[in-house]
Design a protein around this ligand. Structure first.
Ligand SMILES: *Cc1c(COP(=O)(O)O)cnc(C)c1O
Length: 486
Protein backbone atom coordinates (compact mmCIF):
# COMPACT_ATOMS: atom_id res chain seq x y z
CA UNK A 1 0.00 0.00 0.00
CA UNK A 2 1.24 3.45 -0.91
CA UNK A 3 2.31 5.37 2.16
CA UNK A 4 -0.31 7.83 3.31
CA UNK A 5 1.25 11.20 2.69
CA UNK A 6 -1.56 13.66 2.51
CA UNK A 7 0.40 16.80 1.72
CA UNK A 8 1.52 16.59 -1.90
CA UNK A 9 1.45 20.23 -2.87
CA UNK A 10 4.54 21.82 -4.48
CA UNK A 11 4.50 25.50 -5.17
CA UNK A 12 4.12 26.36 -8.86
CA UNK A 13 2.63 23.06 -10.05
CA UNK A 14 -0.61 23.29 -11.97
CA UNK A 15 -3.31 20.92 -13.17
CA UNK A 16 -4.98 23.44 -15.49
CA UNK A 17 -4.30 25.82 -18.36
CA UNK A 18 -6.42 28.94 -18.60
CA UNK A 19 -6.31 31.55 -21.36
CA UNK A 20 -4.61 34.82 -20.44
CA UNK A 21 -7.12 37.31 -19.03
CA UNK A 22 -7.67 39.96 -21.68
CA UNK A 23 -10.35 42.04 -19.99
CA UNK A 24 -9.10 45.56 -19.36
CA UNK A 25 -11.63 46.39 -16.62
CA UNK A 26 -10.65 43.45 -14.46
CA UNK A 27 -6.93 43.81 -14.78
CA UNK A 28 -7.09 47.52 -14.00
CA UNK A 29 -8.85 46.55 -10.73
CA UNK A 30 -11.07 49.58 -10.99
CA UNK A 31 -14.35 47.78 -10.42
CA UNK A 32 -13.68 46.13 -7.11
CA UNK A 33 -13.27 48.39 -4.08
CA UNK A 34 -10.11 47.71 -2.11
CA UNK A 35 -11.93 46.51 0.99
CA UNK A 36 -13.35 43.56 -0.93
CA UNK A 37 -10.01 42.46 -2.26
CA UNK A 38 -8.34 39.38 -0.85
CA UNK A 39 -5.49 40.46 1.42
CA UNK A 40 -3.87 37.11 1.88
CA UNK A 41 -2.90 34.49 -0.63
CA UNK A 42 -5.52 31.82 -1.36
CA UNK A 43 -4.13 28.56 -0.03
CA UNK A 44 -4.91 25.88 -2.53
CA UNK A 45 -2.92 22.74 -3.11
CA UNK A 46 -0.67 22.95 -6.17
CA UNK A 47 -0.35 19.69 -8.07
CA UNK A 48 -0.07 18.36 -11.58
CA UNK A 49 -3.13 16.72 -13.11
CA UNK A 50 -1.54 13.27 -12.77
CA UNK A 51 -1.06 13.78 -9.05
CA UNK A 52 -4.61 15.09 -8.57
CA UNK A 53 -6.00 12.04 -10.34
CA UNK A 54 -3.79 9.72 -8.27
CA UNK A 55 -4.79 11.50 -5.08
CA UNK A 56 -8.50 11.00 -5.60
CA UNK A 57 -8.12 7.50 -7.00
CA UNK A 58 -6.01 6.63 -3.97
CA UNK A 59 -8.67 7.96 -1.63
CA UNK A 60 -11.32 5.94 -3.45
CA UNK A 61 -9.30 2.79 -2.84
CA UNK A 62 -9.38 3.44 0.91
CA UNK A 63 -13.14 3.24 0.82
CA UNK A 64 -14.90 0.00 1.60
CA UNK A 65 -18.04 -0.55 -0.43
CA UNK A 66 -20.38 -3.35 -1.42
CA UNK A 67 -18.29 -3.86 -4.56
CA UNK A 68 -15.31 -4.61 -2.29
CA UNK A 69 -17.02 -7.45 -0.45
CA UNK A 70 -19.63 -8.56 2.08
CA UNK A 71 -21.06 -5.61 4.00
CA UNK A 72 -23.37 -7.17 6.60
CA UNK A 73 -24.46 -4.08 8.54
CA UNK A 74 -27.61 -5.21 10.33
CA UNK A 75 -30.60 -2.89 9.99
CA UNK A 76 -28.87 -0.92 7.22
CA UNK A 77 -29.35 -3.38 4.32
CA UNK A 78 -26.09 -2.73 2.52
CA UNK A 79 -26.92 -4.93 -0.44
CA UNK A 80 -25.66 -4.85 -3.99
CA UNK A 81 -27.63 -2.38 -6.10
CA UNK A 82 -27.95 -3.26 -9.77
CA UNK A 83 -25.91 -0.87 -11.92
CA UNK A 84 -28.66 -0.63 -14.52
CA UNK A 85 -30.58 1.52 -12.04
CA UNK A 86 -27.70 3.99 -11.85
CA UNK A 87 -27.71 4.19 -15.60
CA UNK A 88 -31.44 4.86 -15.70
CA UNK A 89 -31.18 7.52 -13.01
CA UNK A 90 -28.54 9.30 -15.06
CA UNK A 91 -30.63 9.49 -18.25
CA UNK A 92 -30.73 13.06 -19.46
CA UNK A 93 -34.53 13.36 -19.27
CA UNK A 94 -34.49 12.38 -15.59
CA UNK A 95 -31.23 13.85 -14.35
CA UNK A 96 -31.63 17.25 -16.00
CA UNK A 97 -35.34 17.77 -15.50
CA UNK A 98 -35.97 21.15 -13.87
CA UNK A 99 -38.26 20.97 -10.84
CA UNK A 100 -40.07 24.14 -11.96
CA UNK A 101 -41.00 22.72 -15.34
CA UNK A 102 -44.72 22.81 -16.13
CA UNK A 103 -46.90 19.73 -15.62
CA UNK A 104 -47.43 19.12 -19.32
CA UNK A 105 -43.71 18.87 -19.96
CA UNK A 106 -43.08 16.56 -17.00
CA UNK A 107 -45.72 13.91 -17.62
CA UNK A 108 -43.12 11.14 -17.74
CA UNK A 109 -41.63 12.07 -14.38
CA UNK A 110 -45.08 12.49 -12.82
CA UNK A 111 -46.11 9.10 -14.16
CA UNK A 112 -43.00 7.51 -12.68
CA UNK A 113 -43.70 9.02 -9.26
CA UNK A 114 -47.38 8.12 -9.46
CA UNK A 115 -46.68 4.52 -10.42
CA UNK A 116 -43.94 4.17 -7.83
CA UNK A 117 -46.43 5.37 -5.20
CA UNK A 118 -49.01 2.86 -6.47
CA UNK A 119 -46.44 0.05 -6.28
CA UNK A 120 -45.48 0.96 -2.74
CA UNK A 121 -49.16 0.97 -1.78
CA UNK A 122 -49.53 -2.48 -3.29
CA UNK A 123 -46.42 -3.79 -1.53
CA UNK A 124 -47.57 -2.46 1.85
CA UNK A 125 -51.36 -2.74 1.56
CA UNK A 126 -51.90 0.97 2.31
CA UNK A 127 -54.13 3.42 0.44
CA UNK A 128 -52.19 6.70 0.60
CA UNK A 129 -48.56 7.67 0.02
CA UNK A 130 -46.12 10.57 -0.05
CA UNK A 131 -42.70 10.23 -1.63
CA UNK A 132 -41.37 13.49 -0.21
CA UNK A 133 -39.34 12.55 2.89
CA UNK A 134 -35.64 12.38 2.11
CA UNK A 135 -34.75 9.70 4.66
CA UNK A 136 -36.17 7.12 7.01
CA UNK A 137 -35.95 9.49 9.95
CA UNK A 138 -37.71 12.25 8.02
CA UNK A 139 -40.37 9.69 7.09
CA UNK A 140 -40.83 8.99 10.80
CA UNK A 141 -41.18 12.69 11.55
CA UNK A 142 -43.73 13.01 8.74
CA UNK A 143 -45.68 10.01 10.04
CA UNK A 144 -45.77 11.32 13.60
CA UNK A 145 -46.89 14.76 12.33
CA UNK A 146 -49.70 12.93 10.52
CA UNK A 147 -50.64 11.27 13.82
CA UNK A 148 -50.75 14.67 15.49
CA UNK A 149 -52.88 16.18 12.71
CA UNK A 150 -55.30 13.24 12.97
CA UNK A 151 -55.77 13.55 16.73
CA UNK A 152 -56.04 17.34 16.73
CA UNK A 153 -58.52 17.26 13.87
CA UNK A 154 -60.77 15.10 16.05
CA UNK A 155 -60.43 17.54 18.93
CA UNK A 156 -58.41 14.93 20.81
CA UNK A 157 -55.87 17.26 22.42
CA UNK A 158 -54.80 15.22 25.42
CA UNK A 159 -52.50 12.85 23.61
CA UNK A 160 -48.87 13.78 24.26
CA UNK A 161 -46.97 10.46 24.24
CA UNK A 162 -45.46 8.11 21.74
CA UNK A 163 -44.65 4.61 23.00
CA UNK A 164 -41.45 3.04 21.63
CA UNK A 165 -39.79 -0.32 22.48
CA UNK A 166 -36.36 -0.11 24.13
CA UNK A 167 -34.89 -2.04 21.17
CA UNK A 168 -35.84 0.68 18.67
CA UNK A 169 -33.54 2.50 16.28
CA UNK A 170 -32.40 5.82 17.78
CA UNK A 171 -34.25 7.81 15.15
CA UNK A 172 -37.64 6.70 16.59
CA UNK A 173 -37.39 8.62 19.87
CA UNK A 174 -35.59 11.47 18.08
CA UNK A 175 -38.30 12.02 15.47
CA UNK A 176 -41.09 11.69 18.05
CA UNK A 177 -39.40 14.27 20.25
CA UNK A 178 -38.93 16.67 17.33
CA UNK A 179 -42.65 16.27 16.57
CA UNK A 180 -43.32 17.52 20.12
CA UNK A 181 -44.13 14.27 21.92
CA UNK A 182 -42.89 12.68 25.11
CA UNK A 183 -41.32 9.30 24.51
CA UNK A 184 -42.17 6.36 26.75
CA UNK A 185 -39.82 3.41 26.47
CA UNK A 186 -41.48 -0.02 26.47
CA UNK A 187 -39.52 -2.99 27.82
CA UNK A 188 -38.51 -5.98 25.75
CA UNK A 189 -39.17 -9.51 26.96
CA UNK A 190 -36.56 -12.18 27.55
CA UNK A 191 -37.41 -13.52 24.08
CA UNK A 192 -36.39 -10.19 22.43
CA UNK A 193 -39.92 -9.05 21.64
CA UNK A 194 -42.11 -6.28 23.02
CA UNK A 195 -43.34 -7.02 26.53
CA UNK A 196 -47.05 -6.73 25.82
CA UNK A 197 -47.97 -6.44 29.50
CA UNK A 198 -45.59 -3.50 29.91
CA UNK A 199 -47.08 -1.91 26.79
CA UNK A 200 -50.64 -2.32 28.08
CA UNK A 201 -49.70 -0.48 31.29
CA UNK A 202 -49.13 2.69 29.28
CA UNK A 203 -52.10 2.41 26.91
CA UNK A 204 -54.43 5.24 27.90
CA UNK A 205 -56.00 8.38 26.46
CA UNK A 206 -52.69 10.27 26.50
CA UNK A 207 -51.09 7.96 23.93
CA UNK A 208 -50.83 9.35 20.39
CA UNK A 209 -49.25 6.22 18.98
CA UNK A 210 -46.90 3.27 19.16
CA UNK A 211 -43.85 2.93 16.91
CA UNK A 212 -42.66 -0.56 16.14
CA UNK A 213 -40.02 -2.12 13.94
CA UNK A 214 -41.18 -5.50 12.63
CA UNK A 215 -39.18 -7.66 12.13
CA UNK A 216 -37.62 -5.95 15.12
CA UNK A 217 -34.00 -4.94 15.61
CA UNK A 218 -32.99 -8.32 17.02
CA UNK A 219 -34.12 -9.92 13.74
CA UNK A 220 -37.32 -11.50 15.05
CA UNK A 221 -40.91 -11.17 13.95
CA UNK A 222 -43.16 -9.58 16.57
CA UNK A 223 -45.61 -12.44 16.64
CA UNK A 224 -47.89 -10.74 19.18
CA UNK A 225 -48.54 -7.97 16.71
CA UNK A 226 -52.32 -8.44 16.66
CA UNK A 227 -52.54 -8.27 20.45
CA UNK A 228 -50.34 -5.17 20.39
CA UNK A 229 -52.56 -3.62 17.73
CA UNK A 230 -55.65 -4.25 19.85
CA UNK A 231 -54.11 -2.62 22.93
CA UNK A 232 -52.92 0.48 21.05
CA UNK A 233 -56.04 1.03 18.96
CA UNK A 234 -58.11 0.14 22.02
CA UNK A 235 -56.87 3.26 23.81
CA UNK A 236 -57.29 5.45 20.74
CA UNK A 237 -53.63 5.46 19.73
CA UNK A 238 -52.28 4.91 16.23
CA UNK A 239 -49.83 2.26 15.00
CA UNK A 240 -46.59 3.28 13.25
CA UNK A 241 -44.35 0.76 11.48
CA UNK A 242 -40.69 1.58 11.13
CA UNK A 243 -40.27 -0.12 7.77
CA UNK A 244 -36.83 1.33 7.08
CA UNK A 245 -35.70 -2.16 6.32
CA UNK A 246 -38.34 -4.04 4.37
CA UNK A 247 -36.02 -6.76 3.20
CA UNK A 248 -37.81 -9.57 5.04
CA UNK A 249 -41.40 -8.72 4.18
CA UNK A 250 -41.66 -8.14 0.43
CA UNK A 251 -44.58 -10.13 -0.94
CA UNK A 252 -44.71 -12.19 2.26
CA UNK A 253 -46.32 -10.01 4.90
CA UNK A 254 -48.54 -7.06 4.26
CA UNK A 255 -47.89 -4.31 6.84
CA UNK A 256 -51.43 -2.91 6.63
CA UNK A 257 -52.80 -6.35 7.61
CA UNK A 258 -50.72 -6.23 10.79
CA UNK A 259 -52.86 -3.32 11.94
CA UNK A 260 -50.50 -0.45 11.23
CA UNK A 261 -51.91 2.93 10.21
CA UNK A 262 -48.71 4.30 8.75
CA UNK A 263 -45.19 3.32 7.83
CA UNK A 264 -42.09 4.61 6.12
CA UNK A 265 -39.92 2.69 3.71
CA UNK A 266 -36.25 3.44 3.09
CA UNK A 267 -35.90 3.21 -0.68
CA UNK A 268 -32.14 3.50 -0.12
CA UNK A 269 -32.11 0.25 1.85
CA UNK A 270 -34.53 -2.14 0.23
CA UNK A 271 -35.15 -0.60 -3.20
CA UNK A 272 -31.78 -0.01 -4.76
CA UNK A 273 -29.98 3.19 -3.96
CA UNK A 274 -26.40 3.05 -2.74
CA UNK A 275 -26.25 4.61 0.70
CA UNK A 276 -23.83 5.45 3.44
CA UNK A 277 -21.66 8.54 3.43
CA UNK A 278 -24.66 10.82 3.56
CA UNK A 279 -25.82 10.53 -0.05
CA UNK A 280 -29.43 11.23 -0.99
CA UNK A 281 -32.08 8.77 0.11
CA UNK A 282 -35.85 8.61 0.21
CA UNK A 283 -38.24 7.60 2.96
CA UNK A 284 -41.73 7.47 1.43
CA UNK A 285 -44.60 7.24 3.90
CA UNK A 286 -47.62 5.01 3.29
CA UNK A 287 -50.88 5.48 5.22
CA UNK A 288 -54.37 4.08 5.50
CA UNK A 289 -57.61 6.02 4.99
CA UNK A 290 -57.50 7.48 8.52
CA UNK A 291 -54.39 9.50 7.75
CA UNK A 292 -54.84 10.20 4.04
CA UNK A 293 -56.45 13.65 4.42
CA UNK A 294 -53.35 14.98 6.21
CA UNK A 295 -50.67 13.83 3.72
CA UNK A 296 -48.13 16.37 2.47
CA UNK A 297 -48.87 18.28 -0.73
CA UNK A 298 -48.65 18.09 -3.64
CA UNK A 299 -50.26 14.71 -4.18
CA UNK A 300 -49.72 13.26 -7.64
CA UNK A 301 -53.01 12.30 -9.29
CA UNK A 302 -54.02 10.67 -12.55
CA UNK A 303 -57.33 11.44 -14.25
CA UNK A 304 -57.07 8.64 -16.81
CA UNK A 305 -55.33 10.90 -19.32
CA UNK A 306 -52.92 13.16 -17.52
CA UNK A 307 -50.96 13.40 -14.30
CA UNK A 308 -51.54 16.41 -12.04
CA UNK A 309 -50.08 17.94 -8.93
CA UNK A 310 -52.85 18.45 -6.42
CA UNK A 311 -52.13 21.10 -3.78
CA UNK A 312 -55.75 21.28 -2.68
CA UNK A 313 -55.80 19.15 0.47
CA UNK A 314 -57.45 21.32 3.12
CA UNK A 315 -56.11 19.28 6.04
CA UNK A 316 -52.59 18.67 4.76
CA UNK A 317 -49.61 19.01 7.11
CA UNK A 318 -47.95 20.93 4.24
CA UNK A 319 -44.70 20.18 2.53
CA UNK A 320 -41.86 18.25 4.14
CA UNK A 321 -39.33 18.62 1.32
CA UNK A 322 -38.67 21.19 -1.37
CA UNK A 323 -40.33 20.18 -4.65
CA UNK A 324 -41.17 16.46 -4.69
CA UNK A 325 -38.38 14.68 -2.84
CA UNK A 326 -35.21 13.05 -4.15
CA UNK A 327 -36.46 12.20 -7.62
CA UNK A 328 -33.49 10.19 -8.86
CA UNK A 329 -33.86 7.81 -5.93
CA UNK A 330 -37.44 7.23 -7.14
CA UNK A 331 -36.15 6.36 -10.60
CA UNK A 332 -33.90 3.64 -9.15
CA UNK A 333 -36.67 2.22 -6.94
CA UNK A 334 -39.17 2.25 -9.79
CA UNK A 335 -36.77 0.36 -12.05
CA UNK A 336 -35.92 -2.09 -9.27
CA UNK A 337 -39.58 -2.87 -8.64
CA UNK A 338 -40.40 -3.23 -12.35
CA UNK A 339 -37.39 -5.42 -13.08
CA UNK A 340 -38.07 -7.75 -10.15
CA UNK A 341 -41.84 -7.86 -10.41
CA UNK A 342 -44.09 -9.32 -7.73
CA UNK A 343 -42.47 -12.75 -7.76
CA UNK A 344 -38.96 -11.35 -7.93
CA UNK A 345 -39.49 -9.16 -4.88
CA UNK A 346 -40.78 -12.14 -2.96
CA UNK A 347 -37.62 -14.03 -3.96
CA UNK A 348 -35.55 -11.11 -2.65
CA UNK A 349 -37.08 -11.47 0.80
CA UNK A 350 -36.98 -15.26 0.84
CA UNK A 351 -33.32 -15.28 -0.10
CA UNK A 352 -32.50 -12.55 2.43
CA UNK A 353 -34.05 -14.73 5.14
CA UNK A 354 -32.38 -17.93 3.91
CA UNK A 355 -28.96 -16.26 3.70
CA UNK A 356 -29.27 -14.86 7.21
CA UNK A 357 -30.30 -18.22 8.66
CA UNK A 358 -27.53 -20.02 6.78
CA UNK A 359 -24.87 -17.70 8.18
CA UNK A 360 -26.40 -17.85 11.65
CA UNK A 361 -26.35 -21.67 11.60
CA UNK A 362 -22.59 -21.58 10.92
CA UNK A 363 -21.80 -19.11 13.69
CA UNK A 364 -24.05 -19.95 16.59
CA UNK A 365 -21.81 -22.76 17.86
CA UNK A 366 -19.00 -20.31 18.62
CA UNK A 367 -20.86 -17.07 19.17
CA UNK A 368 -23.51 -16.56 21.81
CA UNK A 369 -27.00 -16.24 20.36
CA UNK A 370 -29.20 -14.50 22.94
CA UNK A 371 -32.55 -15.41 21.36
CA UNK A 372 -32.37 -18.97 20.14
CA UNK A 373 -34.71 -18.97 17.17
CA UNK A 374 -34.65 -18.85 13.41
CA UNK A 375 -34.17 -15.28 12.30
CA UNK A 376 -35.72 -13.06 9.66
CA UNK A 377 -33.44 -11.06 7.33
CA UNK A 378 -30.84 -10.41 10.05
CA UNK A 379 -29.66 -12.03 13.25
CA UNK A 380 -28.21 -11.11 16.57
CA UNK A 381 -25.13 -12.77 18.05
CA UNK A 382 -22.79 -11.38 20.66
CA UNK A 383 -19.17 -11.43 21.78
CA UNK A 384 -20.25 -12.68 25.21
CA UNK A 385 -18.42 -16.07 24.83
CA UNK A 386 -15.20 -14.28 23.93
CA UNK A 387 -15.33 -11.90 26.89
CA UNK A 388 -13.65 -14.39 29.22
CA UNK A 389 -10.53 -14.16 27.05
CA UNK A 390 -10.43 -10.41 27.58
CA UNK A 391 -11.72 -9.37 24.15
CA UNK A 392 -14.83 -7.41 23.29
CA UNK A 393 -17.16 -7.21 20.32
CA UNK A 394 -15.26 -4.13 19.22
CA UNK A 395 -12.00 -6.13 19.08
CA UNK A 396 -13.73 -8.81 16.99
CA UNK A 397 -15.09 -6.16 14.63
CA UNK A 398 -11.63 -4.57 14.25
CA UNK A 399 -10.08 -7.94 13.52
CA UNK A 400 -12.61 -8.60 10.71
CA UNK A 401 -11.15 -5.58 8.89
CA UNK A 402 -7.78 -7.35 8.69
CA UNK A 403 -9.33 -9.87 6.32
CA UNK A 404 -10.42 -7.14 3.93
CA UNK A 405 -14.06 -7.49 4.96
CA UNK A 406 -16.53 -5.32 6.79
CA UNK A 407 -17.80 -5.81 10.34
CA UNK A 408 -21.49 -6.19 11.17
CA UNK A 409 -23.38 -3.51 13.08
CA UNK A 410 -22.06 -3.60 16.64
CA UNK A 411 -23.46 -2.49 20.01
CA UNK A 412 -26.93 -2.11 18.49
CA UNK A 413 -29.60 -2.73 19.61
CA UNK A 414 -28.75 -1.40 23.05
CA UNK A 415 -30.73 -4.01 24.97
CA UNK A 416 -28.16 -6.76 24.38
CA UNK A 417 -24.57 -6.59 25.68
CA UNK A 418 -21.76 -6.94 23.15
CA UNK A 419 -24.28 -7.11 20.29
CA UNK A 420 -23.44 -7.91 16.67
CA UNK A 421 -26.37 -7.46 14.29
CA UNK A 422 -25.60 -9.31 11.07
CA UNK A 423 -27.52 -8.82 7.82
CA UNK A 424 -25.85 -10.62 4.94
CA UNK A 425 -28.67 -9.72 2.45
CA UNK A 426 -29.90 -11.73 -0.52
CA UNK A 427 -27.17 -10.54 -2.86
CA UNK A 428 -24.39 -12.70 -1.36
CA UNK A 429 -23.49 -16.12 -2.73
CA UNK A 430 -23.06 -19.25 -0.61
CA UNK A 431 -19.29 -19.03 -1.18
CA UNK A 432 -19.15 -15.48 0.20
CA UNK A 433 -21.21 -16.47 3.22
CA UNK A 434 -18.97 -19.51 3.81
CA UNK A 435 -15.91 -17.28 3.64
CA UNK A 436 -17.40 -14.78 6.07
CA UNK A 437 -18.33 -17.56 8.49
CA UNK A 438 -14.86 -19.10 8.26
CA UNK A 439 -13.23 -15.80 9.12
CA UNK A 440 -15.53 -15.18 12.07
CA UNK A 441 -14.87 -18.71 13.34
CA UNK A 442 -11.14 -18.21 12.93
CA UNK A 443 -11.42 -14.98 14.92
CA UNK A 444 -13.30 -16.81 17.68
CA UNK A 445 -10.43 -19.28 17.72
CA UNK A 446 -7.86 -16.50 17.89
CA UNK A 447 -9.76 -14.89 20.76
CA UNK A 448 -9.15 -18.07 22.72
CA UNK A 449 -5.55 -18.77 21.73
CA UNK A 450 -4.08 -15.40 20.92
CA UNK A 451 -6.33 -12.59 22.18
CA UNK A 452 -3.51 -10.07 21.68
CA UNK A 453 -4.01 -10.20 17.92
CA UNK A 454 -7.60 -9.01 18.40
CA UNK A 455 -6.75 -6.41 21.01
CA UNK A 456 -4.26 -4.74 18.67
CA UNK A 457 -6.29 -5.16 15.45
CA UNK A 458 -6.58 -3.98 12.77
CA UNK A 459 -3.07 -4.71 11.51
CA UNK A 460 -3.54 -4.53 7.74
CA UNK A 461 -5.54 -1.35 7.26
CA UNK A 462 -3.98 1.96 6.10
CA UNK A 463 -4.77 3.41 9.51
CA UNK A 464 -4.54 1.17 12.56
CA UNK A 465 -6.91 1.36 15.49
CA UNK A 466 -8.20 4.89 15.89
CA UNK A 467 -9.27 6.63 19.05
CA UNK A 468 -13.08 6.66 18.50
CA UNK A 469 -13.75 9.74 20.58
CA UNK A 470 -10.97 11.76 18.97
CA UNK A 471 -11.85 10.60 15.47
CA UNK A 472 -15.46 11.71 15.96
CA UNK A 473 -14.67 14.99 17.68
CA UNK A 474 -11.77 16.22 15.63
CA UNK A 475 -12.79 15.27 12.14
CA UNK A 476 -10.44 16.99 9.74
CA UNK A 477 -11.72 17.09 6.20
CA UNK A 478 -10.36 20.48 5.18
CA UNK A 479 -7.17 21.35 3.44
CA UNK A 480 -4.90 23.67 5.36
CA UNK A 481 -1.72 24.44 3.54
CA UNK A 482 1.27 23.27 5.49
CA UNK A 483 -0.69 22.50 8.63
CA UNK A 484 -2.29 19.43 10.08
CA UNK A 485 -5.21 20.36 12.27
CA UNK A 486 -6.69 18.33 15.09
C1 LIG B 1 -31.89 3.05 8.87
C2 LIG B 1 -32.98 2.99 9.84
C3 LIG B 1 -33.69 4.15 10.19
C4 LIG B 1 -33.31 5.55 9.74
O1 LIG B 1 -33.26 5.72 8.37
P1 LIG B 1 -32.40 6.95 7.77
O2 LIG B 1 -32.70 6.95 6.30
O3 LIG B 1 -30.98 6.65 8.09
O4 LIG B 1 -32.87 8.20 8.43
C5 LIG B 1 -34.74 4.00 11.06
N1 LIG B 1 -35.08 2.80 11.57
C6 LIG B 1 -34.42 1.66 11.26
C7 LIG B 1 -34.86 0.35 11.85
C8 LIG B 1 -33.34 1.71 10.38
O5 LIG B 1 -32.66 0.60 10.09
Amino acid sequence: MEQLVFEKSKSGRKAYTLPVCDLEEYSSQSLLPDKFKRQTELHLPELSETEVARHFFGLSKLNYCIESGVYPLGSCTMKYNPKINEKLASLDGFANLHPHIDEDSAQGALRLMYELGESLKKITGFTGVTLQPASGSQGELTGILLFRAYHLDRGDTKRNKILIPDSAHGTNPASSTIAGYQVVSIKSDSDGRVNVEDLKKYCDDTVAGFMLTNPNTVGLFEKNILEIEKAVHGCGGLMYLDGANLNALLGIVNPADMGFDCMHINLHKTFSTPHGGGGPGAGPVCVNDKLKPYLPVPQIEFDGKKYHLNYDLPKTIGKVHSFFGNFLVFVRAYAYILINGTEGLKEVSKNAIINANYLLSKLKGKYHQPFKEFCMHEFLITGENQKKFGVTTKDIAKRILDFGLYAPTIYFPLIVHEAMLVEPTETETKERLDQYAEILLQIADEAEKNPEILLTAPHNTPIRRVDDARAARFVNVNYFKGETKG
